[in-house]
Structure formats: C-alpha cells, structure tokens
Design a binder for this molecule. Structure first.
Ligand code: SAH
Length: 294
C-alpha cells in the first residue's frame, strides 16, 4: 500500500529558535528597545519574566516598528518557566562571579547558540537594569556571556547588550546562509574588488601606460630627472596602485596629463619659471631617499 506523505508544517528557522529572555526588567521602555534591537537583527522570540510593567505605552513607543515582537511576547512568573523547554541556556553578565562559570565571548556564544538550534530552542538570558542576574539565575545557565566592555565601566544598557549579542547571531546567520559565496551583506560596500563596482578595474597594461605618461610629463615639467630619479616614481607607483583605479579613473588621469602637456607647452619655453618649480620638487623628494633606486 502506498503511504501518502504527511503535510509538513511550517519550517522553523534557526533564528526563530533563539529566545531572548529578560528577567524582571523594571523600565518598560527598555523592553520596547529590546524588541527593536531583536527585530533589526531578525529575531522575534521574546520572553519576559515578571516585568515591572508590561504591556504599556512606553514599551510600544520605544519599540518603534517592532510592536509585533511585543504583541507575541510571552510573560511568565519565573526564569525556570522561561527556560524549561530549552536545550541550551546562556546568561549574560557584566561582572565575574565568585564561583567562576564557563565564560564565552559573544562571537563564540553566537556560533554555539546557532549550532544548538538544530537540537531545539536556545535561551539567551538578560538581567535587571539595577543588579543584573542573581547567582542562582546565572547557575541555571550552561554558559555566561561577557561583552568585553571597559573594565572600569562594564555595564551596558540592557537593550544595547541585547543588540550586541543579536548582532553576533546575525553575523553567524548570514555566514551560514551565504554558502561558498560571501553574503552580499557581509561584503565591504566600497571595495573596488566588489563585483558591484561600476567600472572594470584598470589592467596592468593601463597602469603601466599611465606611469609611463606620468613620468614623461614630470620630466617635461622638470619635476623629475631620469638621471637622478630618487624614489619619485616608486612612491607614485605605490600611491596609485594602492588606490586600485578603475579604467575610467585611469582615462581621467591620462586626460589630465594630456592637458598638462598642452598647457605646459608655453612654460617649457620659459625656463626661469620651470627652474623654480624643479627646485621645489628636489626639496620634496631628495631628503630621505638614499641612493637612486636603492
Ligand atoms: N548593574 C548590573 C548590570 C545591569 S545591565 C550588574 O552589575 O550586573 C542589564 C543587563 O544587561 C545585565 O544583567 C546583562 O544581562 C546585560 N549586560 C550589560 N552589560 C553587559 C556586559 N558587559 N556583558 C554581558 N551582559 C551585559
């Protein structure tokens, strides 16, 4: 007999299996700010243990467009209820405790959290604004996360601590979903090596043509002497190669050189002016360079 496939329910994504738990938050505005921080980073699963006041106007006002996270928030009486069904619990703290616990930095905590979502729900627990999590509460956690803040002023605002941890999680999420190729969101936006650059990068031959042209113009201007080159062309080569110009930029530079050539036609015939200029050039490049082409 053929079995009919059971309709599969909606897939729960790893990020949905991460639960942010706030313990006894006294200012409801902070709960709203946490909801916003979570939603910015793609998280929505918020549990509140005995909040001072919730739901209220201040929490919704601070949540900005993340009111849906607040609408779905679970409110419970104890931390135990908030973490009972979790496979891994990480507590966050600004301070070390008498009996040291395994402490992991935020990026490692995010990687571990993400990996454990394959097994079930992971709770990330945050403490009260005034005195954090109690020792008892921290001892319910498998690991402690410490954000390596200034030791003389280590305690972050609650929502900012949530933001830092959720950001690390998002980085892991983007890395995991990018496959072999880096996620576009993780690529630096302005790198000329970015495939999104508007012009192709200049080829070596374009650059060599430019350097040759530049050197000729500098010689014509008596800014540069081939028999006494110092390190001028080396330094200019390093400057332009560092910029990784594209084809259009090289064309512009070549155009400028051509204009300089045209405009300096007169000057070349006026050696008294050029002599002055070449004197300046010598002063600029001759000081510290040692023997030519050393
Ligand atoms: N005064 C409290 C800190 C409260 S800050 C104390 O001394 O413990 C509110 C919450 O933000 C903390 O309970 C913790 O969950 C989180 N938090 C703030 N700074 C943090 C840090 N440097 N590392 C990890 N969590 C931090």
């Amino acid at each position: 007999m053929r079995k009919t496939a059971l309709p599969s329910g909606p897939t729960i994504t790893p990020m949905e299996k991460v639960r942010i738990v706030l313990v006894e938050t006294s200012h409801s505005g902070n709960i709203g700010a946490v909801a916003r921080a979570m939603k910015n980073m793609g998280l929505a699963n918020l549990w509140l243990v005995k909040p001072g006041s919730f739901p209220d106007e201040a929490s919704y006002a601070r949540s900005s467009g993340a009111s849906d996270v607040l609408d779905r928030a679970h409110v419970v009486d104890t931390l135990d209820e908030a973490i009972a069904d979790c496979v891994l619990v990480m507590g966050t703290s600004a301070r070390g405790r008498k009996v040291p616990w395994p402490v992991i930095p935020p990026p490692d905590a995010a990687a571990k959290t993400y990996a454990h979502t394959e097994q079930g729900t992971v709770a990330l627990v945050f403490g009260r604004e005034n005195h954090g999590l109690s020792n008892d509460e921290l001892q319910r956690c498998h690991f402690h996360i410490h954000i390596p803040s200034n030791p003389d002023y280590s305690s972050l605002n609650l929502a900012m601590a949530v933001q830092v941890i959720c950001y690390e999680l998002r980085m892991v999420h983007l890395e995991q979903h990018a496959g072999a190729d880096k996620s576009p969101e993780l690529r630096p936006m302005t790198s000329p090596l970015d495939t999104g650059w508007d012009r192709p990068l200049a080829k070596v031959s374009d650059l060599e043509g430019f350097f040759h042209h530049l050197e000729n113009v500098l010689v014509d201007l008596e800014f540069h002497r081939r028999d006494k080159p110092r390190q001028l062309m080396t330094r200019l080569r390093r400057l332009f190669q560092r910029a990784q110009p594209d084809e259009m930029e090289i064309n512009i530079l070549r155009g400028i050189l051509t204009s300089v050539e045209k405009a300096s036609g007169d000057n070349v015939r006026r050696p008294e002016q050029m002599g002055k200029r070449s004197g300046e050039a010598k002063a600029i490049v001759s000081d510290d360079e040692g023997p030519p082409d050393a």
